[in-house]
Design a protein around this ligand. Structure first.
Ligand code: FAD
Length: 423
């Protein structure tokens, strides 16, 4: 008789960064929307995981964890209406080329195309650009499986729609989304290095206004880069006045990392989906060994925020890989960190050492508290829940909506318990 091979349990499931080990009892990969409905209605606690690129336990659950990566992929373009309906697990890396084939585009993208559309929208993921809002602002309809297993189709005519898209996974399982599109466009990307900090601080408004999408990378000390994404067909920006050096070879935002991971620079024209993200879909984005935090302040408070953070450069130095400063247009999403205020988003790529990073994050939060900074929902933060609730004028409405759609807290977890007041 052949001895039986002992069953080895699957390795624990972690997020991309590896700082969160999910505590779910089981992981399910439903292959149809009706299977999602059955799973949800037959379990007391359910969570949904996108591609796992968030840095906190927002997607965790003590019950059943659903991944939608095996739902049939749907990319349904409506050229006349300039919309696309996608299945929730679709990644931007999959979506971009499909839209480009139709001569269509999204208005903006985050720094990496690896993430799922539903996961990005649930946390209000954003790119940069004075006039570009978070990606969720371009969602016109959502298919949502609620706690009872019902499939709701909600669109902008629904009274609570502005509360539904940036959901933190707390309202139900999004199985499909419809996104607004614009005609396809080309972008040239180029980088200025060695920009004097004082120029960035004094000229920030002119710098970000100069192109479709602009990012400032800095270590808050000597090293500062400006990444320009110029939408072709619009007036060409000129940032020579900043005193920066126009890079004549590709660069990575973090010193010592290979620029091959980055999308083409040196002003080589290319389609929007291959220039707006900083990182290429086929490679590890960023450094791959990191934690991240990010805070949104009112655009008019940028100068105060930059001064407060520069004063902390010595505190940050031992744990900081790089910071990125971007602008985000205001939107109406109840839990969008740019809710009703044009924002500047101050991002930190940390070393992957949660214990060393936590006290520095707390110092940053203390420094930005007078500015009512709103943390990125998908990153590391410890903003006191009361301060968080106070800065979101529609937080109570969101909690009431949650109570209505999920009265037994099926989609609740430790993260929502901590950050969302009882509805
Ligand atoms: C290298 C790197 C670079 C990044 N750059 C940016 C950036 O430029 N801009 C930015 O804003 N953010 C950025 N992020 C953060 C990232 O965009 C967000 O964390 C985003 O939520 C990740 O999407 P995901 O599919 O991995 O979601 P996950 O991390 O898997 O989930 C995030 C949340 O969405 C919920 N969710 C996922 N799928 C569903 C669904 N189908 N239905 C309901 N809820 C769902 C989860 O429950 C969870 O609450 C970056 C992250 C990394 C690792």
């Amino acid at each position: 008789m052949t001895p039986m091979t002992p069953l080895t349990p699957p390795p624990p499931l972690t997020n991309w960064a590896g700082n969160i080990t999910f505590s779910a009892a089981r992981v399910h990969h439903p292959t149809s929307v009706s299977a999602v409905q059955t799973l949800v209605s037959s379990h007391r606690r359910v969570g949904v995981l996108g591609t796992g690129h968030s840095f906190n336990s927002g997607a965790d659950t003590s019950g059943e964890l659903l991944r939608l990566d095996r739902l049939p992929r749907l990319v349904e373009v409506d050229r006349a209406r300039r919309t696309v309906r996608v299945s929730a697990g679709t990644t931007f890396a999959e979506l971009g080329p499909r839209l480009q084939e139709h001569g269509l585009a999204l208005r903006n993208l985050g720094s990496l195309p690896h993430i799922s559309v539903a996961g990005a929208c649930a946390t209000a993921t954003h790119g940069s650009g004075d006039d570009n809002p978070v990606i969720a602002a371009g969602v016109s309809a959502v298919d949502l499986v609620t706690a009872e297993g019902d499939l709701l189709s909600l669109d902008r005519t629904a009274p609570d729609f502005a509360g539904v898209v940036v959901s933190l996974g707390a309202l139900g399982v999004v199985t499909g989304l419809t996104l607004d599109l614009v005609p396809a466009y080309d972008v040239q990307q180029y980088v200025y290095t060695d920009v004097p900090w004082q120029t960035v601080a004094a000229g920030f408004t002119d710098i970000t206004a100069s192109a479709y999408s602009v990012s400032v990378f800095t270590d808050w000390r000597e090293r500062t880069q400006i990444w320009v994404k110029h939408r072709m067909g619009t007036e060409a920006p000129d940032l020579d006045w900043t005193g920066g050096v126009l890079a004549d070879e590709p660069v990575h935002p973090v010193d010592g990392h290979c620029a091959a991971n980055c999308t083409p620079q040196l002003a080589i024209p290319g389609p929007w989906h291959l220039r707006l993200p900083h990182f290429r879909a086929e490679f590890t984005p960023s450094t791959g060994n990191e934690l991240q935090s990010e805070y949104f302040v009112r655009r008019e408070d940028t100068g105060r925020a930059l001064t407060a953070l520069r004063a902390l450069r010595g505190t940050m130095a031992p744990v900081l890989q790089v910071s990125e400063i971007r602008t985000v247009a205001a939107d109406e999403g109840w839990l969008s960190p740019a809710w009703q205020r044009p924002a500047t988003a101050l991002h930190f790529t940390w070393v992957r050492d949660p214990g060393a990073v936590a006290p520095v994050v707390a110092r940053i939060e203390e420094a930005l508290a007078p500015l009512d900074a709103r943390p990125h929902w998908g990153k590391v933060f410890s903003t006191p829940p009361r301060a968080l609730a106070a800065t979101y004028g529609r937080m109570e409405d969101f909690c009431a909506l949650r109570k209505r759609l999920d009265p037994r807290g099926t989609f609740g977890n430790e993260f929502t318990d901590r950050h969302l007041p009882e509805g």
